[in-house]
Each structure stands twice: as C-alpha cells, then as structure tokens.
Design a protein around this ligand. Structure first.
Ligand code: MIG
Length: 819
C-alpha cells in the first residue's frame, strides 16, 4: 500500500493524466437548502445546514456519488434560511451569519462573515481540481492564519507548514514526524486574529492535507477518490465550531464512571494468579484502581472469544472475585478470526457470510496473531450484529469492557500491511472496495462491539477502547494513542497528541502511561502518571516482556508519589465526571489546548506543554528529566496556584516549584471544584463528604453532575444536575446551590465548602441567613477539623487563607455566605 500511495504523489504523471481545475459556471439551480451549480463536466452543490455551516460538494463528472456518510449523524443544525443573489460575476448565498460567494469564471468559492470579512477562499489559479479519480481543493493561506486539529497527529500541535495524510496505520514505536497513525479525523481549524473556522473533509479514501508545505501561499486537501465533500463551519470561537461539528458527527456518550478512574494494563497479565497478585497489590498498598486488562494471552491460541483454560481455568470465578474487590476486567478483542474449521466463530462467520471477500467471492485471509485469519466486514450491519452477539460469553463471565486493537486493520503478511485493496465491503449496500472502507473499519468494529454490549446489557453503559477510528467515532469508543515509547520525548508528545484528538471530536483520550515500547525510569513513570491525572483516559500499559510497570515497581519513594497521583485523580472524580458529562452534551472536550479557550492569544498556538482541564484547571506537567521547577505562561485572567494558593494575574510567565511529588497546577479564578473522599475504587462508597473548593472571583458559575454512574437511567431523567454560583467582593463571599434538575438524589452526606484565598478571619458565616457556629479555638485555629464531626460549623485556617464550612448537603437551594 505504502508504495502505491506514494507513487500517487510523485509529480511526474503519465501525459494524459493532468490536473483539471473547475471551469466557468454554466447554469445553476436553487433548491430548498442550497444551490447546485453546473460547471461542465463538473457539478458543485452547496448546502446550507445552519446559518454558520455550509456543505460543499464537487463531482468531477457531474454525477454525485450516493450521499452516504459514516461520520455524519445530524444534518439538522439550525436555521437553513438563505437568500441567493445572482450578479454578472458571482452568485452569493447569504445566511444570517455568513455569505458564500461563488465567482463564476472560473468557479471559485469564498466565505465571508456577517461583517464582510473574508474568512476563507479557494485559490484563484487551482481552486477545486481533479486528476483521474483524485479530487482536491487549493485555498489561499494567509500569512497569519494557523491550523489545528487533524485528529491523531504526533508532533507539534500547530500544523501550519506541515503535510499530513489520513490512512489508518499500525506503526509501533512511532515518532513525532510519523504520519499517518492509527486514526483518521479529517477535521481542522483555521485561526486568524481570533477569527476561526473549521473544515471537515468527509471523505474516507486515503486523504491528504498540505498546509502550506508545498507552497507558502496556499494550502490544499484532497483524496484519492470519492467526491470532494467538505463542511465549512464558521466560529467565532473554537468551541462554537467544535459544538457544531459534534452535532454533525455526534458526541461521546457518557461512559460508566469507573472508566474514568485509574486503569492498569500490560501485555499481558497472565495467568490468573498473576492477575490476582496485581489486584491484591493495589488493595494492600492502598493504591486506588478500578480496571485490570487482559491482553491477548488470555485467549486460547489468540482465538477471539475463547479463554486459555490453562492460564485461566475459571474466568467467571476470577472475574467475580475481582469484582467483589472493586475491579472491573476489560479484555482485548482483535478483528482477525482464525481460519480454522471447527472454531465456532470462524464457522459462524463463514455461514453468515460475514467475512470480507475478494471481488470473485474468494475469502480474503491474512496473518495476524492467531495465524491465517478471516476478517469480519464491519461495514455490513448484519456482520456488526453478529459480531455483537459474540461477546455474550465474555459478558456472562463478568467482563465489563472491551478493547478493540489491530483494527486499522493491521495485517502482518499482506504487502499493503492491511487488507488487499480490492476486497469488497458492504458499505451500506454500495459494495465498494477497501480503499473506501479502510479508514472506517476500526470505527465500525467499535460500533459493532458497543451495540452488541448494549443488546446484551441493555441498561449498562458500555466501555469500549479502540485503536483505529474515524471522525465521529467518539460515539462508539474512547481512544489511546497506540504504541508509544518509554521516553521523555514521548511524554512530551503525549500532550499535543491528546489535545489534537480532543479538539478533533475525540475527547476520551489517553496514552500508554510509562510508554509501551521500552522501559521507563521511576522518574519518567511518575511524571507520566502525574500527567495521567489530567488525561481523560488514565491507563498504564507496556509491551510484552518488559519489566514490571505498576505504580509500585520503582521503589518505595516513587510508590508513595504514584499513590498520591492516583489518589488525586480519585478525589477529583466528581469534577472529572461533570466534565465528561459536559463533553457528552456539547462535544467540548475535558482536556483542551489553551488556544481553544484563548484563541486571540497567539503565544498559546505554540504551547504544547500546558493545557486546560475543564473550566477550572490549567495543568503544567513536568515533561523533562531532572526538572524541579516549571515555567508556566498563564493566559489572561487571575489564576491560583493549586498547591500554594498564591494568586497570579495573567498574561504572565511564572516559575513554580515542581518537586518530584507534585504536578504544577493552576486554578482559574471563579472556579468551583467538587471533590470527594479517598476511595480505593470509584464505586466503593457514595460521595461523603462532598467538598467544594471555591476560588473566588467577582462572580461565576459551575455545574455539578451526578447520577448512578453505570446505567442509562440518566437518559430517562435520573440524574442530579446543579448550578453552583459564587460571588465575592471586599465584604462578602457567597456560594449558592441551585435546586437540582433531574430525579436522581445521591445518598445523604456531609458537605464541606472551602472558600480559598480569604485573607481575614470572617466575622460571621451563615447558611440561608442562619448563623453557623464558629469553631475558632483559643489559638485562632480549628478545634474540630472536617471529617471528625458531622456538626455544622466553620473555621478559618490563616496560613492557608481558607474558610472551611461543614454542613449537610440538602440537595435543595442553599446559600452559604461568609462575611
Ligand atoms: O501487535 O495485543 O497497540 O497495546 O498490547 C501488537 C498486543 C498488538 C498492539 C497494541 C498494544 C497491545 C498489543 N497489540
């Protein structure tokens, strides 16, 4: 494949295959939702999906391909009203937010915002073009415009002057400049002076993006086949674009709460005794953990949906015992099904006609772990349904989640390293070849897995982790960044890589903590785990044959540090869970680059080290060996140092202490952060006490989302969503809880509210106007700390400048004031 694809880009082409650029507009036809333009032999169709979302399609020969998409789930994005203005030189589509000008001779498209500023335009010379089946568009590249997104890309976050491709590829031990990787998300942002647009190029063939690498005045994107088919989304803010994109391709469903807790993996934990030993180490060392993974060695000869009974004689018993101890077991499942008559999965697949075949009907096979394998055609709904049923045995044994690997698809012995390109996929009945289906194969595998789990356990939220995916794939699975390396360089790469995925519509991301290939030092592992506190997926993983890579594997000092990292993750769960909830509603990711919230801050475009986690945190992980201080460029606004309480006013570079046991962390003024007690696993006990830290600003609000953490009842109103509002001035600090929305109420519990940054001893604290007793001891200190007594009261800690208030959580409207 690589060879074939590369030759496609060699500039010397056979004489008759020449690029042809679209010519003058002939006729055009206004439709209900846009306009279809004939520019023979081509046709262009522009569709208004919302006042700020325009779809552009080009058919090079005038026959649009059947309009099907694996990514797009909603075309209903807003008001579709528009006006069409025809003038001698151009046709103009106007909505309330933008206008699209189509120059007539030759046909060139440009987008303007409502103020009339040019946002994006086709290159005058090349515009939309094609050669043979290949389609592309060239656009002008303003000098001060920068590009972000593109899904799973290693290296710098800012993608200007880079060329990228989309072709899901299994590349173990990749580097910062390896491209493409496992996932394809052909979606990007252009940002220029705070004016932002997004483009989603919904074409599943091998596609490419050349962001000015070929010509500093132009960028282009295209694909080896299919229609040129893209969505233009106007900002103003990156969050507006991502919210629209997420409505177009769907957002992440809320995962089970345990999936956002700590997960432990290696290639592979076996036999059973080893798995139990790992689990009991977590508990005896009091290091929190929710998930243990079984990699390919649990299977009988790598046959999917089987167990190696020597290594795991009684899986159900083992999984049940682990469950009583709070562990959820996740197992790996690959797409390759061993070609072996008598093996029930193979027999069923063959009988149901569920495997991928050559055009002449011969079965396609290739070697992966089990040897010669057949591969399900996940693009066929029938095959996906069948695939879903296969999980029954594992689910009956108590397996709680599934990890889909090798689904680029990756094949060892085929020259293309994937399927033969001629194999036929169902492709929603269109019967197309692998070139069109390659990039969505993993996505549809994850879909089959998720949908199967839902059928088998209709009221339990599935957890699926996938290596390959496509735009919109966050609907089915979370993502990890594949086979990274245990090196400081890879730790540094982890931040922009997760951010690139996050802003591209895959919020539930993480890296193999400690690195997959190779061996981390204790310091590297500890720093990686600290970063992991703030990556949405927090999972340690390492390859076959490496030394132990558990939080306690690096001696007692590192063990204590690693324990504290994981404990912090658990204490933050109420906050993290709320952020996951918000992402599931809006698509706005938990982990996000600073430019995402501060698009006018050009310095942030090159900030690949620091990131935001939700509205509250700015995280500045230590990514270098031996570093014990950290320089952080705080964006505009007031920021509190989470550890020292010190307040800084941005924009400003600050240097903070970064001892080995601490990840530098800042809190935005106005943040209201819910946390909980220490737990060994996420569902060990209900939250009690609920602690709310208020970092005062003039005024702000935050939300707190809770539900049962596991079922789909939240979709039927069983949740508890509250708005928390704080305000402060020189004489008053106040926090008000709204009445909850939704029918779910957590069990009765204590509430601790901590107002941070209070410089004076308060004269009074009241709840809904009633005075609360002070517990100021003779030395001006607390006489009963939180947790020691359920009695309502408050105390002030001068050296920390914190007013702590303890009371009960009423789940009703409640106002707490400090004067
Ligand atoms: O060819 O299942 O990226 O996480 O441990 C290697 C064994 C196959 C690759 C995955 C890795 C996993 C490994 N897999």
């Amino acid at each position: 494949m690589t060879a074939i694809l590369l030759t496609a880009f060699v500039p010397v082409r056979p004489a008759r295959a020449q690029w042809q650029s679209i010519g003058p507009v002939g006729t055009y036809e206004k439709t209900d939702d846009g306009v279809t333009i004939s520019a023979r032999p081509a046709k262009v169709r522009l569709t208004v999906l919302a006042p700020d979302v325009i779809r552009v399609r080009l058919s090079r020969n005038g026959n649009f391909l059947p309009d099907s998409s694996w990514a797009v789930v909603g075309h209903d994005l807003g008001d579709r009203t528009f006006t069409l203005v025809d003038s001698p030189a151009s046709i103009e589509i106007k909505t309330s937010r933008l206008s699209v000008r189509i120059r007539k001779s030759p046909c060139r498209i440009s987008f303007y915002d409502a103020a009339g500023s040019l946002i994006n335009e086709d290159d005058s010379a090349k515009g939309m073009s094609w050669v043979r089946e290949e389609v592309a568009v060239w656009k002008t590249m303003p000098e001060d415009e920068y590009y972000f997104g593109f899904g799973e890309k290693a290296g710098q976050m800012q993608r200007k002057w880079k060329a990228m491709t989309m072709w899901n590829s299994d590349i173990p031990a990749y580097h910062a400049d390896t491209d493409p990787l496992y996932q394809s998300i052909p979606f990007f942002y252009g940002i220029r002076n705070g004016r932002t647009y997004g483009i989603f190029f919904d074409n599943t063939y091998f596609s490419y993006f050349n962001m000015g690498k070929e010509n500093p005045a132009q960028y282009s994107f295209g694909a080896l086949d299919g229609d040129l088919n893209y969505y233009f989304i106007l900002g103003p803010a990156p969050a507006d674009i991502l919210a629209k994109f997420s409505r177009l391709v769907g957002a992440m469903p809320l995962p089970p709460k345990w999936a956002i807790a700590y997960q432990q993996c290696r290639y592979s934990y076996y036999p059973e005794a080893r798995v139990r030993e790992i689990a009991s180490n977590f508990r005896s060392r009091k290091i929190p953990c929710d998930v243990i993974y079984l990699d390919i060695h649990y299977m009988d000869g790598y046959r999917c949906f089987t167990w190696d009974r020597n290594r795991f004689p009684d899986p159900k018993k083992m999984v049940g015992d682990l469950a009583r101890d709070g562990f959820k077991v996740v197992t790996i499942i690959d797409p390759g099904i061993k070609k072996e008559p008598g093996y029930w999965v193979y027999d069923e697949g063959l009988k149901g006609n569920n495997f991928v075949k050559y055009p002449d009907g011969r079965l396609f096979t290739g070697k992966v772990w089990p040897g010669e394998c057949a591969f399900p055609d996940f693009t066929a709904s029938r095959a996906r349904e069948w695939w879903g049923t296969l999980y029954k045995g594992l689910i009956d044994a108590g397996i709680r989640g599934f990890w889909n690997d090798m689904n680029e698809p990756s094949v060892f012995d085929v020259p293309t390293k994937t399927f033969d390109l001629t194999v036929v996929h169902d492709d929603m009945g269109l019967k197309t070849d692998h070139r069109k289906n390659h990039n969505i194969y993993g996505m549809q595998m994850a879909r089959g897995t998720r949908e199967g789990m839902l059928k088998l356990r209709p009221n339990e939220r599935p957890f699926v982790l996938t290596r390959a995916n496509y735009a919109g794939g966050n609907r089915y699975a979370s993502a990890w960044t594949g086979d990274n390396i245990s090196s400081w360089e890879h730790l540094e790469m982890a931040v922009p890589m997760c951010l690139n995925l996050s802003v591209s519509g895959q919020p539930f991301v993480g890296t193999d903590i400690g690195g997959f290939v190779g061996v981390p030092s204790g310091e590297l592992y500890a720093r990686w785990l600290q970063l992991g506190i703030f990556t949405p997926l927090m999972r340690t993983h390492t390859e076959f044959g490496t030394p132990d890579q558990e939080p306690w594997s690096y001696g007692p000092e590192f063990e204590a540090i690693n324990k504290r990292s994981i404990e912090l993750r658990y204490r933050l769960l109420p906050y993290l869970y709320t952020q996951f909830y918000e992402a599931s509603r809006t698509g706005i990711p938990m982990m996000r680059p600073i430019w995402f919230d501060f698009p006018e801050d050009r310095n942030s475009y090159w900030n690949d080290r620091d990131f935001l986690f939700g509205d509250a945190f700015l995280v500045a992980p230590v990514l270098w060996p031996g570093s014990r201080t950290r320089d952080v460029r705080l964006p505009e606004g007031d920021w509190y140092d989470y550890w020292s309480g010190e307040k800084h006013s941005g924009p400003k570079v600050v240097r903070v202490e970064a001892p080995m046991d601490r990840i530098p962390l800042f809190v935005r003024a106005g943040a209201i952060i819910p946390t909980q007690q220490d737990l060994q696993f996420s569902d060990q006990a209900p939250i009690d006490p609920l602690t709310i830290d208020v970092f005062s600003s003039a005024s702000s609000t935050a939300r707190l989302y809770e539900d049962d953490g596991i079922s789909l009842d939240y979709q039927r109103g069983q949740y508890c969503l509250r708005t928390l509002s704080q305000k402060s001035d020189t004489t008053l600090n106040e926090l008000v809880f709204s009445n909850p929305e939704g029918g779910y109420r957590p069990p009765k519990r204590r509430l601790i509210v901590r107002f941070q940054g209070i410089k004076r001893v308060p004269s009074s604290v009241s709840i809904d106007g009633r005075q609360l007793p002070s517990r100021l001891g003779p030395a001006g200190r607390d006489v009963a700390g939180p947790g020691q007594s359920a009695e309502p009261g408050w105390f002030y800690t001068p050296e920390k400048r914190v007013v702590t208030i303890q009371c009960g959580d009423t789940f009703g409207e409640q106002g707490i004031s400090v004067r």
